[in-house]
Design a protein around this ligand. Structure first.
Ligand code: ADP
Ligand code: ASP
Ligand code: MG
Length: 410
């Protein structure tokens, strides 16, 4: 008998029929003799709908109240699933984050889980009752409701699995595993049987939203066996593994595990800044102080004693970043600032890159052959990212997928 955490995402919970289908999957696991704790998302589209409602009143709603509001989506689906399970003769009980006592810090909209009370959940399991827990939400020390950031139900699932010392955390979604890239952009993408935590972490942080990045961090830190599977078709899914470089057959991992991309990118250039020491700090210091995360940075070599300084931020933060940069530009006597939002980021990820040269060159050659201009480049040991015009996103992903033979099983 295993203890499993099942997490079902928004599409899986998207209608009465789908919730009944989820209930039948939980019932089947119970019938096999496993204990199950379930974590669910809101019905697909619900969180977006709630955010839109709040923003109709104020484009920058008070963060405490926004969390109070958007946490309601999951409160509906936990009860719906518990009702469906009970109707099937499976004993079940729904819990909000606060009822479980999923304790978080106070950072509304992006709270981090600090502690989970497991007593009640374990007592339910031992009594043959299936606990159904609301994903994405928790409670701070003062009893305020917090949420964990978009896609946060994945993190609730993994954190619960860690706290309960579950045998596996199973993330059920609308694809049957982790693919070499988003199958919606490249239909020839291939499902991976396994992927290392390191690679999954990079893919998630570079834009693959199949798992929230914090859930992968959590699973790596607490060594939670993590699997991504489909709610709708049976199959082995993708196992996220700790061991590096070896596949089942003991052969070396392929060079590239997958391609991630992100449309949530904006570029900001401070033009004509004096080319002298301290400029990067003068520009990025105030950006950091404003709590804006900077991703890629390029400073060109100056010609006439001045230079352009360019960096990227997420689109939602561009206005604030521009406001801050405009002031800095003035104080530095720079020519001014320029912004662009018609960009995207495409990244190759693979632990195999560590031991291979020439991957960057092949990437650039592939993009050049499609006449795709590269605006920025950034590399690390296991990834190469480029910023290109967003109208080329699909073309870039597909041509790289083909060039690196990702559709072929290694
Ligand atoms: P859920 O609502 O179940 O949490 P999400 O929409 O958050 O589901 O995540 C699943 C989606 O992630 C898929 O439908 C797919 O379009 C997208 N996705 C992006 N990159 C990948 C990838 N490498 N492998 C599989 N799916 C991916
Ligand atoms: N409902 C939340 C969202 O849409 C959390 C989740 O689905 O994981 O972001
Ligand atoms: Mg998700």
């Amino acid at each position: 008998m295993a203890l499993l955490v099942h997490k079902y995402g928004g599409t899986s919970m998207g209608s009465v029929e789908r919730i009944e289908h989820v209930a039948s999957k939980v019932a089947a696991a119970r019938a096999r003799g496993d204990q199950v704790v379930v974590v669910v998302s809101a019905m697909s589209g619900e969180t977006d709908r709630l955010i839109k409602l709040a923003k109709a009143i104020d484009p920058r709603p008070v963060s405490r109240e926004l969390d109070q509001m958007i946490a309601t989506g999951e409160q509906v689906t936990i009860a719906m699933l518990a009702i469906a399970l009970e109707k099937m003769g499976v004993r079940a009980r729904s819990y909000t984050g606060a009822q479980v006592a999923i304790r978080t810090d106070r950072a509304y909209n992006k709270a981090r889980i600090r502690h989970i009370e497991t007593e009640r959940l374990l007592a339910d399991c031992n009594a043959g009752i299936v606990p159904v827990v609301a994903g994405f939400q928790g409670i701070d020390d003062d009893g305020n409701i917090t949420t964990l950031g978009r896609g946060g139900s994945d993190t609730t699932g993994v954190a619960l699995a860690a706290a309960l010392k579950a045998d596996e955390c199973q993330i059920y979604t609308d694809v049957d595993g982790v693919y070499t890239t988003d199958p919606r952009v490249e239909p020839k993408a291939r499902r991976l049987n396994r992927i290392t935590f390191e690679e999954m972490l990079e893919l998630a942080s570079l834009g693959s939203k199949v798992l929230q990045i914090r859930s992968v961090e959590f699973a790596g830190k607490y060594k939670v066996p993590l699997r991504v599977l489909s709610t709708f078709v049976d199959g082995p899914g993708t196992l996220i593994t700790l061991d590096e470089k070896k596949t089942e057959s003991g052969v070396e991992e392929p060079l590239i595990a997958g391609i991630a991309f992100s449309r949530d990118e904006a570029q900001l250039t401070v033009a004509g800044v004096p080319d002298r020491p301290g400029i990067a700090a003068a520009i990025l210091g105030p950006i950091g102080d404003a709590n804006i995360e900077v991703d890629m940075i390029v400073q060109n070599v100056g010609a006439d004693g001045t230079t352009d300084f360019t960096f990227t931020v997420s689109r939602g933060e561009l206005d604030r970043a521009a406001e801050v940069s405009r002031k800095v530009a003035e104080s530095l006597g720079a020519a001014g600032i320029r912004t662009a939002t018609d960009i995207c980021k495409v990244s190759l990820v693979g632990v195999g890159m560590r031991s291979h040269a020439g991957i960057a060159a092949k990437m650039f050659k592939t993009l050049a052959a499609e006449s795709i201009n590269i605006r920025m480049i950034s590399t690390s040991e296991i990834k190469i990212s480029v910023v290109v015009e967003d109208k080329y996103l699909e073309l870039a992903v597909r041509s790289l997928h083909k060039a690196f033979d990702l559709e072929q099983a290694p």
